[in-house]
Design a protein around this ligand. Sequence first.
Ligand code: ADP
Ligand code: MG
Length: 204
Amino acid sequence: MQTDRTLILGLIETCREVIAAHADHLCELDRAIGDGDHGTNMRRGCDAVYVDRDRLSGMPLAQALEKIGLTLVMNIGGASGPLYGTLLIEMGRKLGSNAHKTNFAAIVGEAIDAVARRGRSQEGDKTLLDVLYPVHTEMVRQSALVRIADTAKESAQLTAGMRAMRGRASFLGDRSIGHVDPGASSCALLATAICHYLKEYRPA
Ligand code: ADP
Ligand code: MG
């Protein structure tokens, strides 16, 4: 339980920090192919989780993930809130009901599929899924954390070559090509920060 507390607290702080540091950039990306609020939305969500960090870090990891997901749904808003929320809520639920045989990569995979169903989107649509799926592939391969982080960054950059098929950016059609997707970018920032944190993390 103490291990969960340190881990949850560390991850909450890490995620909040990286989003705060890049919020302006995420808004800039969203101004190009959306409505310019993605950084503000993500910051609001991460701040709400941070405010609640003492309570959240007192919970077992599965329960904390679910609660964090709910907080993200309620506070990020926009299209991305329910999607990030679904990811964490599903991870928490699956982890809670499979605590005895934890295959974390499989749990993450099922949670990503739930995000895809929620957004009626798939890989290649120029969304955060274009980072989540490649990251998941590396997890299944049991790649090193630095490799997973590199994949996240590269995958976000690759969205620049895609035509948006979902969300506001899809209204632009071909004019969405040439711009990195803001949701893919926030996802890569979070994945990278989490990988770096976990690389240094030593359970008590
Ligand atoms: P909004 O578009 O409502 O302003 P945000 O700006 O916070 O919401 O988030 C935009 C991001 O959400 C996009 O860059 C994309 O990655 C993601 N997104 C939007 N719609 C979908 C969808 N249907 N499926 C998956 N991801 C989506
Ligand atoms: Mg937006």
